[in-house]
Design a protein around this ligand. Structure first.
Ligand code: NAD
Length: 479
């Protein structure tokens, strides 16, 4: 199935007629083509967005809210169709797309539909100076949103919903690896009555379409989620143009397990935090540190559970681990498994590609556990972003904190303990934008979301996202 750009409320082929093949990771076959949009397509999208901005930015909050909630309802009504498209495009189990990806995309629109009606700004009385200051939060204008392939519609809408809610018009680019649900969203936008030009979706490679969005001088803000190297590149391009930037980047997240935790809950959740979505979630806990006194027991129990995970075709309801997103990504992940062997890592579970009957050319890999001797090895320092985790024991709280923080990234950390004082000590010292204690991936959309260090700049979520997508202007009145 070929897809098209959605510009000014209509579907269009790319002007220069350049196309990219779209692969089904479950069988390795090409199943359609997507536009590789150039500067001219981005310019068309920009012109449509600019034309729509005056009216949209003046549209009442109630009306914006009504449309966002309508989009959310339509997504829910089309759950099956969207989940099937997401699973086919990405290789993730259909059960996950149905339970998480599409419902969460719908929640993003609903949440920001409500949030915008509660968004407020400050006023400051300058006591003694007979003046009052108030802050306006005005929409920025035309903004760019660029998203990755791992949670395609979920992360695409996480940017789009607050940007529209705040009164901006958008040029959005989903990952070229997983464009399908963003394409389908176009139909829903029209049906929900979103005015033409408010949201324009252009498809294509990062180096062409993405680059054209980032370098466009009139696109005033870029919200980007993706790899840290890409984020650094985008920052270099956008900085001299003085664009507002939000960067949500990679992670190499520690999972700290103390002997006093609720063991069964920890074990079950750790299987999920290691391998959900084939380990292709920026929040997965890929470095697992276990207190020495329970290390051997954990090792046996963890391997036992992980060996039972079923690697299979994404449409099979029994599948726990689907296909990795692409051939090149599978090669990257297996390269790291080989590197682990060179670094004296011991593969204690998995490590090999899997041939799924009937789908022998799909990109399947066993969930893999590697026992490492030191936190300094590359396998423990570089983001792999696949179904691969490392385990190693620790003795003291001080040691594990040091190892957890000795990494370039700082997105999330998970802590398993029932000791309140330790919980407070560690969660305040861990260098991460999100610390989960005795849980993982429990999300409340009002909370700030983002990373430290190479994991990003800025925060999304709740009012933080609405602040990002608005300009603060102070008005000072003397009376
Ligand atoms: P990527 O950086 O390769 O691509 C992300 C997006 O950027 C894609 O749409 C791509 O086309 C575009 N892009 C690439 N080069 C560009 C350029 N020069 N200019 C503009 N756009 C460009 O990342 P990916 O492989 O799609 O995603 C995986 C990465 O995303 C991992 O590192 C993962 O940790 C990260 N991620 C982070 C979060 C978070 O919230 N922090 C969430 C999900 C994924």
């Amino acid at each position: 199935m070929n897809i098209q750009n959605y510009i000014n409320g209509k579907f269009h082929n790319p002007i220069e007629n350049n196309w990219i093949d779209n692969y089904n990771p479950a069988n390795g076959e090409i199943y359609g083509q997507i536009p590789n949009s150039g500067k001219a397509d981005v310019e068309n999208a920009y012109n449509a967005a600019k034309a729509a901005f005056t009216k949209w930015s003046q549209t009442s909050l109630e009306e914006r809210s009504r449309i966002l909630i309508k989009i959310s309802e339509l997504l829910e009504q089309n759950l099956k169709r969207f989940a099937e498209a997401e699973s086919k495009d990405n290789g993730k189990p259909i059960s996950l797309a149905k339970a998480v990806d599409i419902p969460r995309a719908a929640s993003n629109f609903r949440f920001f539909g409500y949030a915008i009606t509660q968004f407020a700004s400050e006023s400051h009385e300058s006591v003694g100076q007979k003046a009052i200051n108030y802050t306006l939060r005005q929409p920025i204008g035309v903004v760019g949103c660029i998203s990755p392939w791992n949670l395609p519609l979920y992360l695409f809408t996480w940017k789009i919903a607050p940007a529209i809610a705040a009164g901006n018009c958008i040029i959005a680019k989903p990952s070229e690896v997983t464009p399908m649900t963003a394409y389908l969203l176009g139909e829903i936008l029209t049906e929900a009555g979103l005015p033409k030009g408010v949201l324009n979706i252009v498809h294509g490679l990062g180096a062409t379409t993405g680059q054209a969005i980032v370098e466009h001088p009139e696109i005033k803000a870029i919200s980007f989620t993706g790899g840290s190297a890409t984020g650094a590149h985008i920052a270099r391009v956008a900085a001299p143009l003085f664009k507002k930037l939000s960067l949500e980047l990679g992670g190499k997240n520690p999972n700290l397990i103390f002997a006093d935790c609720d063991y069964e809950n920890m074990l079950e959740t750790t299987v999920r935090s290691s391998f959900a979505n084939q380990g292709q979630i920026c929040l997965c806990g890929s470095r697992i540190f276990i207190e020495k006194t329970i290390y051997e027991k954990f090792k046996i129990d963890f391997v036992n559970k992980v060996e039972k995970l079923k690697v299979g075709h994404p449409s099979d309801a029994k599948t726990n681990i689907g296909a990795l997103v692409s051939k090149s990504h599978l090669e990257k992940v297996t390269h790291y498994i080989n590197l682990a062997k060179q670094e004296n890592g011991k593969i204690i579970c998995g490590g090999k590609t899997v041939s799924v009957e009937g789908y022998e050319n799909g990109y399947y890999l066993e969930p893999t556990i590697i026992e490492v001797k030191s936190n300094d090895c590359r396998i423990n320092q570089e983001e792999i972003f696949g179904p691969v985790v490392t385990i190693m024991p620790f003795t003291t709280e001080k040691d594990v904190l040091e190892m957890a923080n000795t990494v370039n990234y700082g997105l999330s950390a998970t802590l398993w303990t029932n000791n309140l004082k330790r919980t407070l000590r560690l969660s305040h010292q861990l260098q991460a934008g999100i610390v989960w204690v005795n849980t993982w991936m429990l999300r409340d959309l009002r909370t700030p979301f983002g990373g430290m260090k190479a994991s990003g700049v800025g925060r999304e979520g709740g009012f933080e996202a609405l602040r990002f997508f608005t300009e603060a202007k102070n008005v000072c009145i003397k009376y």
